[in-house]
Design a protein around this ligand. Structure first.
Ligand code: ATP
Ligand code: MG
Length: 386
């Protein structure tokens, strides 16, 4: 029998999700041909310590990383971390069919036009998604580009090293989101189902359109759990801390009460942006035709009670919370309770995707297209030192 997973590394990588609200770590190991959860941990980030994917308070974040590592028995110190924020750009572009060395140069010129910062201050990488043949027979290439500010990449990498961690790779969030989906048999593999994966975090919401297992469109909104807490605080005259507690304990979007009312405008805006992004996708990528679509919510704010029903009603597509964290691996029930894992699942989806980077899911029996797509999304933004 062939092995389910191929491991390329010495010790399994620890996924480190450097969120602006919480740092999350998760690790899995291969055991008897399947994955087993080694451990996972979460610590709060002081307000303003990570902004726009930039670590503004390196000392505090180093301490958090050290604390997480020393409190949870992870294996080794190899890590895969993420870079996020609005300065991270993920975009699909159409290029001439050029030889590799010329394509690299041509992409450089192309991305300079839309990067929000100078090219010499960026790290970028690309993957050719597929070839397009125009009616006149000329070939073009669909290319997915990811770029992030060089200083963000360097600082993150240095900081991980200071915390005695070995960064194996840094990658952009949409790809960790995607990887977790690829590990879930059956999920999203159906042809023509568009997955709109929405990560509602603390400061940001990222919207990722996954079509046939390719992230084809990504955008980041400056809306998240922090704004929801602020809305509760502002409208109900509470401190931020009180409002945060109220949000966790009392907010239920299935019930009409004062707390729900306090954040309704914000959540309606969020739903509207999700709806707009889906329509934009149909127009731009599917000749204006609608597709079967599933909205998949993740991130800490996906734990807001009743959010699935609220988004489903407002956006008009079936919506569920991404709790795949609990279904991709086995775990020791004496260490983790089912209920706790269920609650933590949406919060840990990115850390899980990062941790899975060096494992390969069993490729589906469908030949050709599926296998190529698996390959296409394999690697993305890797920081090569020096
Ligand atoms: N049970 C819950 N109910 C409501 N909100 C919750 C719950 N649990 C966590 N949150 C909220 O989720 C947010 C944190 O989520 P997450 O850890 O995904 O954010 P992050 O990755 O740190 O932030 P970002 O991705 O925006 O940088 C916080 O605003 C927190 O209040
Ligand atoms: Mg996040």
């Amino acid at each position: 029998m062939s092995a389910l997973f191929q491991r390329e590394s010495k010790t399994p990588a620890i996924g480190v999700d450097l969120g602006s609200g919480f740092v999350k770590m998760a690790q899995f190991k291969e055991e008897k041909g399947s994955l087993r959860l080694v451990n996972f941990g979460i610590l709060k980030v002081p307000e303003g310590a990570i902004l726009e994917g930039r670590i503004e308070k390196p000392k505090e974040i180093t301490e958090i990383l050290k604390e997480l590592i020393s409190f949870h028995s992870f294996i080794g110190n190899r890590v895969v971390a993420n870079v996020s924020g609005q300065l991270v750009t993920v975009k699909e572009i159409v290029m001439e069919d050029l030889p590799d060395n010329e394509l690299y140069e041509a992409i450089k010129w192309e991305i300079e036009r839309f990067l929000p910062f100078p090219l010499e201050k960026a790290v970028f990488d690309y993957q050719v998604l597929n070839e397009i043949v125009a009616q006149n027979g000329t070939k073009k290439l669909n290319v997915l580009v990811a770029a992030a500010p060089l200083d963000v990449i360097q600082l993150t990498s240095e900081l991980l090293s200071i915390a005695n961690l070995k960064p194996v790779a840094l990658e952009v969030e949409p790809f960790s989101v995607l990887r977790l989906l690829r590990f879930t048999p059956g999920f999203g593999r159906e042809e023509n189902v568009l997955i709109s994966a929405i990560n509602i975090g603390h400061n940001y919401t990222s919207i990722n359109m996954v079509d046939k297992m390719i992230v084809r469109f990504s955008r980041i909104l400056p809306i998240g759990g922090k704004k929801i807490t602020e809305a509760i605080a502002g409208n109900l005259g509470k401190s931020f801390e009180e409002a945060e507690e109220t949000k966790i304990k009392q907010l239920n979007l299935g019930i009409e009460n004062q707390v729900t009312k306090a954040c309704l405008t914000l959540l309606n805006n969020l739903a509207l942006e999700i709806k707009r992004s889906i329509s934009y996708y149909f127009n731009k990528f599917n000749e204006g035709k609608s597709m079967n679509t599933v909205v998949l919510l993740e991130g800490g704010s996906a734990n807001i009670k009743g959010i699935e029903g609220f988004i489903e009603d407002s956006v008009g597509y079936p919506t569920e919370v991404n709790r795949l964290f609990t279904s991709i691996a086995t775990y020791d029930p004496t260490l983790f309770t089912k209920e706790y894992l269920h609650e933590m699942a949406p919060i840990f989806s990115v850390a899980t995707g990062l941790a899975l980077r060096e494992y390969k899911p069993k490729v589906s029996p469908r030949k050709g297209k599926a296998a190529t797509q698996e390959e296409q999304v394999k690697t993305f933004l890797t920081y090569k030192k020096g």
